[in-house]
Ligand binder design. Sequence first.
Ligand code: SF4
Length: 290
Amino acid sequence: MSYNSIDKIIKKCDKQSISFAEAVILDDMYERKVSRDDTITQMGVMWDAMVNANATYNRKQFSKSGLVGSLGGIMEDYIGSDKSYCGPFVNDVMARALKMGESNACMKRIVAAPTAGACGVLPAVLTACYDHGQADREQIIDALFVAAGIGQIIAARAFIAGASGGCQAEIGAASAMAAGALVSLRGGTPTQIASAAAIALKNLLGLVCDPVGGLVEIPCVKRNVIGSVNALSAADMSLAGIISMIPFDQVVDAMREVGENMDVRFRETGLGGLAATPTAAEICKNLKTK
Ligand code: SF4
Protein backbone atom coordinates (compact mmCIF):
# COMPACT_ATOMS: atom_id res chain seq x y z
CA MET A 1 0.00 0.00 0.00
CA SER A 2 1.19 3.45 -0.80
CA TYR A 3 -0.49 5.73 1.74
CA ASN A 4 1.77 7.76 3.97
CA SER A 5 -0.85 10.16 5.27
CA ILE A 6 -4.33 9.69 6.70
CA ASP A 7 -5.20 13.13 5.35
CA LYS A 8 -4.74 11.75 1.84
CA ILE A 9 -7.13 8.89 2.60
CA ILE A 10 -9.75 11.24 4.04
CA LYS A 11 -9.48 13.54 1.01
CA LYS A 12 -9.82 10.58 -1.37
CA CYS A 13 -12.87 9.34 0.55
CA ASP A 14 -14.48 12.79 0.36
CA LYS A 15 -13.66 13.30 -3.30
CA GLN A 16 -14.87 9.90 -4.46
CA SER A 17 -17.61 9.40 -1.84
CA ILE A 18 -16.11 6.10 -0.73
CA SER A 19 -15.45 4.56 2.67
CA PHE A 20 -12.05 4.46 4.37
CA ALA A 21 -11.92 0.69 3.78
CA GLU A 22 -12.71 1.15 0.09
CA ALA A 23 -9.87 3.65 -0.29
CA VAL A 24 -7.45 1.08 1.14
CA ILE A 25 -8.89 -1.76 -0.97
CA LEU A 26 -8.56 0.28 -4.19
CA ASP A 27 -5.00 1.20 -3.30
CA ASP A 28 -4.06 -2.42 -2.61
CA MET A 29 -5.58 -3.53 -5.92
CA TYR A 30 -3.63 -0.85 -7.75
CA GLU A 31 -0.32 -1.36 -5.94
CA ARG A 32 -0.23 -5.15 -6.17
CA LYS A 33 -2.06 -5.36 -9.50
CA VAL A 34 -4.62 -7.76 -8.09
CA SER A 35 -8.37 -8.08 -8.49
CA ARG A 36 -10.89 -7.03 -5.84
CA ASP A 37 -11.60 -10.70 -5.22
CA ASP A 38 -7.91 -11.38 -4.61
CA THR A 39 -7.45 -8.59 -2.12
CA ILE A 40 -10.66 -9.41 -0.22
CA THR A 41 -9.82 -13.13 -0.20
CA GLN A 42 -6.35 -12.46 1.16
CA MET A 43 -7.73 -10.35 3.98
CA GLY A 44 -10.23 -13.13 4.66
CA VAL A 45 -7.33 -15.54 5.13
CA MET A 46 -5.87 -13.18 7.76
CA TRP A 47 -9.21 -13.03 9.54
CA ASP A 48 -9.61 -16.81 9.50
CA ALA A 49 -6.11 -17.14 10.99
CA MET A 50 -7.04 -14.73 13.80
CA VAL A 51 -10.23 -16.65 14.53
CA ASN A 52 -8.37 -19.94 14.49
CA ALA A 53 -5.61 -18.65 16.77
CA ASN A 54 -8.20 -17.54 19.30
CA ALA A 55 -10.11 -20.83 19.08
CA THR A 56 -7.04 -23.03 19.50
CA TYR A 57 -5.71 -21.31 22.61
CA ASN A 58 -4.70 -23.88 25.18
CA ARG A 59 -5.04 -22.64 28.76
CA LYS A 60 -2.74 -25.40 29.99
CA GLN A 61 0.15 -24.49 27.71
CA PHE A 62 3.06 -22.41 29.01
CA SER A 63 5.86 -20.75 27.08
CA LYS A 64 9.22 -22.53 27.00
CA SER A 65 10.54 -20.16 29.67
CA GLY A 66 7.50 -20.91 31.83
CA LEU A 67 6.96 -17.17 32.34
CA VAL A 68 3.56 -16.94 30.66
CA GLY A 69 0.64 -19.31 30.25
CA SER A 70 -2.89 -19.75 31.64
CA LEU A 71 -3.56 -16.00 31.92
CA GLY A 72 -6.15 -16.05 29.13
CA GLY A 73 -7.93 -18.90 30.89
CA ILE A 74 -7.88 -17.11 34.23
CA MET A 75 -9.35 -13.97 32.65
CA GLU A 76 -11.92 -16.01 30.76
CA ASP A 77 -13.12 -17.57 34.02
CA TYR A 78 -13.57 -14.07 35.45
CA ILE A 79 -16.00 -12.99 32.70
CA GLY A 80 -19.38 -12.42 34.31
CA SER A 81 -17.94 -11.89 37.78
CA ASP A 82 -19.96 -9.49 39.93
CA LYS A 83 -16.63 -7.94 40.98
CA SER A 84 -15.82 -6.77 37.47
CA TYR A 85 -15.57 -3.05 36.74
CA CYS A 86 -15.34 -3.42 32.98
CA GLY A 87 -18.23 -5.83 32.45
CA PRO A 88 -18.51 -9.01 30.38
CA PHE A 89 -17.71 -7.59 26.93
CA VAL A 90 -14.54 -5.74 27.91
CA ASN A 91 -13.45 -8.64 30.13
CA ASP A 92 -13.89 -10.93 27.15
CA VAL A 93 -11.74 -8.60 25.01
CA MET A 94 -9.08 -8.68 27.75
CA ALA A 95 -9.14 -12.48 27.87
CA ARG A 96 -8.76 -12.70 24.09
CA ALA A 97 -5.79 -10.28 24.10
CA LEU A 98 -4.06 -12.38 26.77
CA LYS A 99 -4.79 -15.59 24.89
CA MET A 100 -3.26 -14.30 21.67
CA GLY A 101 -0.19 -12.86 23.41
CA GLU A 102 0.37 -16.17 25.17
CA SER A 103 -0.14 -18.16 21.99
CA ASN A 104 2.61 -16.07 20.41
CA ALA A 105 4.90 -16.75 23.38
CA CYS A 106 4.12 -20.45 22.95
CA MET A 107 5.20 -20.23 19.29
CA LYS A 108 1.73 -20.94 17.96
CA ARG A 109 0.40 -19.47 14.72
CA ILE A 110 -0.74 -15.87 15.09
CA VAL A 111 -1.20 -12.88 12.80
CA ALA A 112 1.39 -10.15 13.32
CA ALA A 113 -0.81 -7.05 13.39
CA PRO A 114 1.41 -5.18 13.02
CA THR A 115 3.98 -7.29 14.93
CA ALA A 116 4.02 -10.58 16.80
CA GLY A 117 4.51 -8.81 20.14
CA ALA A 118 1.34 -6.77 19.56
CA CYS A 119 -0.58 -9.62 17.90
CA GLY A 120 -3.35 -9.70 20.51
CA VAL A 121 -4.81 -6.21 20.21
CA LEU A 122 -6.63 -6.22 16.87
CA PRO A 123 -7.96 -9.82 17.05
CA ALA A 124 -9.11 -9.28 20.64
CA VAL A 125 -11.49 -6.49 19.73
CA LEU A 126 -12.56 -7.85 16.35
CA THR A 127 -13.18 -11.48 17.34
CA ALA A 128 -15.11 -10.24 20.38
CA CYS A 129 -17.30 -7.98 18.20
CA TYR A 130 -17.88 -10.87 15.81
CA ASP A 131 -18.66 -13.47 18.47
CA HIS A 132 -20.94 -11.06 20.33
CA GLY A 133 -22.96 -10.55 17.15
CA GLN A 134 -21.89 -6.95 16.67
CA ALA A 135 -20.46 -7.40 13.18
CA ASP A 136 -20.60 -9.85 10.29
CA ARG A 137 -17.66 -11.20 8.31
CA GLU A 138 -17.95 -8.57 5.57
CA GLN A 139 -17.88 -5.72 8.07
CA ILE A 140 -14.90 -7.29 9.84
CA ILE A 141 -12.97 -7.61 6.58
CA ASP A 142 -13.66 -3.93 5.88
CA ALA A 143 -12.47 -3.07 9.38
CA LEU A 144 -9.28 -5.04 8.75
CA PHE A 145 -8.62 -2.91 5.67
CA VAL A 146 -9.09 0.19 7.80
CA ALA A 147 -6.59 -1.21 10.31
CA ALA A 148 -4.18 -2.07 7.49
CA GLY A 149 -4.36 1.48 6.13
CA ILE A 150 -3.60 2.95 9.55
CA GLY A 151 -0.73 0.50 10.11
CA GLN A 152 0.71 1.32 6.71
CA ILE A 153 0.78 5.04 7.47
CA ILE A 154 2.52 4.45 10.81
CA ALA A 155 5.09 2.19 9.10
CA ALA A 156 5.66 4.75 6.33
CA ARG A 157 5.94 7.83 8.57
CA ALA A 158 7.60 6.25 11.61
CA PHE A 159 8.09 2.61 12.58
CA ILE A 160 6.23 -0.44 13.85
CA ALA A 161 9.04 -2.23 15.68
CA GLY A 162 9.95 -1.96 19.36
CA ALA A 163 13.62 -2.14 18.42
CA SER A 164 13.21 0.99 16.31
CA GLY A 165 10.85 3.15 18.36
CA GLY A 166 9.88 1.46 21.62
CA CYS A 167 6.63 -0.28 22.51
CA GLN A 168 4.65 2.78 21.38
CA ALA A 169 5.49 1.59 17.87
CA GLU A 170 4.10 -1.91 18.51
CA ILE A 171 1.29 -1.81 21.05
CA GLY A 172 0.65 1.85 20.20
CA ALA A 173 0.35 1.11 16.49
CA ALA A 174 -1.81 -1.98 17.10
CA SER A 175 -4.08 0.05 19.37
CA ALA A 176 -4.45 2.82 16.77
CA MET A 177 -5.26 0.22 14.12
CA ALA A 178 -7.84 -1.41 16.39
CA ALA A 179 -9.42 1.92 17.35
CA GLY A 180 -9.90 2.87 13.70
CA ALA A 181 -11.26 -0.60 12.90
CA LEU A 182 -13.78 -0.35 15.76
CA VAL A 183 -15.05 3.02 14.55
CA SER A 184 -15.46 1.63 11.05
CA LEU A 185 -17.53 -1.28 12.43
CA ARG A 186 -20.00 1.26 13.83
CA GLY A 187 -20.22 3.15 10.54
CA GLY A 188 -18.03 6.04 11.67
CA THR A 189 -16.71 8.55 9.16
CA PRO A 190 -13.10 8.60 7.90
CA THR A 191 -12.51 11.64 10.10
CA GLN A 192 -13.81 9.75 13.14
CA ILE A 193 -11.61 6.79 12.25
CA ALA A 194 -8.56 9.07 12.07
CA SER A 195 -9.48 10.72 15.37
CA ALA A 196 -9.86 7.40 17.18
CA ALA A 197 -6.51 6.20 15.84
CA ALA A 198 -4.87 9.47 16.90
CA ILE A 199 -6.33 9.28 20.42
CA ALA A 200 -5.24 5.66 20.85
CA LEU A 201 -1.69 6.35 19.71
CA LYS A 202 -1.38 9.53 21.79
CA ASN A 203 -2.33 7.58 24.91
CA LEU A 204 0.61 5.22 24.43
CA LEU A 205 3.17 7.77 23.27
CA GLY A 206 6.53 7.24 24.97
CA LEU A 207 5.87 3.63 25.93
CA VAL A 208 9.25 1.90 26.13
CA CYS A 209 10.16 -1.57 24.88
CA ASP A 210 11.58 -3.43 27.85
CA PRO A 211 11.01 -7.18 27.56
CA VAL A 212 12.35 -9.15 30.52
CA GLY A 213 15.18 -11.41 29.39
CA GLY A 214 14.61 -10.22 25.82
CA LEU A 215 11.59 -12.54 25.61
CA VAL A 216 8.33 -11.27 24.13
CA GLU A 217 6.46 -12.31 27.28
CA ILE A 218 6.80 -9.86 30.20
CA PRO A 219 5.37 -7.20 29.92
CA CYS A 220 4.29 -7.84 26.32
CA VAL A 221 1.39 -10.25 26.89
CA LYS A 222 -0.40 -7.94 29.34
CA ARG A 223 0.34 -4.85 27.24
CA ASN A 224 -1.88 -6.38 24.56
CA VAL A 225 -4.73 -5.96 27.04
CA ILE A 226 -4.04 -2.29 27.58
CA GLY A 227 -3.74 -1.81 23.82
CA SER A 228 -7.15 -3.34 23.19
CA VAL A 229 -8.97 -1.59 26.05
CA ASN A 230 -7.35 1.69 25.04
CA ALA A 231 -8.66 1.09 21.50
CA LEU A 232 -12.20 0.58 22.81
CA SER A 233 -12.10 3.81 24.80
CA ALA A 234 -10.56 5.78 21.91
CA ALA A 235 -13.23 4.44 19.54
CA ASP A 236 -16.01 5.35 21.97
CA MET A 237 -14.64 8.86 22.46
CA SER A 238 -14.49 9.40 18.73
CA LEU A 239 -17.96 7.96 18.12
CA ALA A 240 -19.27 10.23 20.89
CA GLY A 241 -18.02 13.21 18.89
CA ILE A 242 -14.75 13.90 20.72
CA ILE A 243 -11.98 14.76 18.28
CA SER A 244 -8.23 14.50 18.63
CA MET A 245 -6.86 18.05 18.75
CA ILE A 246 -3.59 16.76 17.27
CA PRO A 247 -4.27 15.20 13.84
CA PHE A 248 -3.25 11.56 13.34
CA ASP A 249 -0.40 12.25 10.91
CA GLN A 250 1.17 14.67 13.37
CA VAL A 251 0.75 12.18 16.23
CA VAL A 252 2.67 9.63 14.16
CA ASP A 253 5.40 12.21 13.46
CA ALA A 254 5.58 12.92 17.20
CA MET A 255 5.89 9.19 17.87
CA ARG A 256 8.78 9.02 15.43
CA GLU A 257 10.53 11.89 17.17
CA VAL A 258 10.04 10.28 20.59
CA GLY A 259 11.22 6.91 19.28
CA GLU A 260 14.28 8.29 17.56
CA ASN A 261 15.33 10.00 20.76
CA MET A 262 14.63 6.99 22.95
CA ASP A 263 17.71 5.61 24.66
CA VAL A 264 18.80 2.27 23.24
CA ARG A 265 18.08 0.68 26.64
CA PHE A 266 14.39 1.20 25.93
CA ARG A 267 14.34 -0.30 22.45
CA GLU A 268 14.07 -4.06 22.85
CA THR A 269 17.57 -4.56 24.21
CA GLY A 270 16.30 -5.89 27.54
CA LEU A 271 18.64 -3.47 29.33
CA GLY A 272 16.26 -0.84 30.67
CA GLY A 273 12.82 -0.25 32.13
CA LEU A 274 11.10 -3.32 33.54
CA ALA A 275 13.85 -5.53 32.09
CA ALA A 276 16.37 -3.85 34.40
CA THR A 277 14.44 -4.32 37.65
CA PRO A 278 15.76 -6.58 40.44
CA THR A 279 12.88 -9.00 39.84
CA ALA A 280 13.76 -9.20 36.15
CA ALA A 281 17.38 -9.95 37.10
CA GLU A 282 16.17 -12.75 39.37
CA ILE A 283 13.95 -14.14 36.60
CA CYS A 284 16.88 -14.09 34.15
CA LYS A 285 19.15 -15.84 36.69
CA ASN A 286 16.56 -18.59 37.13
CA LEU A 287 16.13 -18.92 33.36
CA LYS A 288 19.87 -19.51 32.97
CA THR A 289 19.92 -22.27 35.58
CA LYS A 290 16.89 -24.05 34.11
S1 SF4 B 1 7.73 -4.52 25.16
FE1 SF4 B 1 8.85 -4.58 23.22
S2 SF4 B 1 8.81 -6.75 22.59
FE2 SF4 B 1 7.19 -6.44 24.13
S3 SF4 B 1 5.33 -5.96 22.95
FE3 SF4 B 1 6.27 -4.02 23.52
S4 SF4 B 1 7.56 -3.55 21.72
FE4 SF4 B 1 7.07 -5.71 21.57
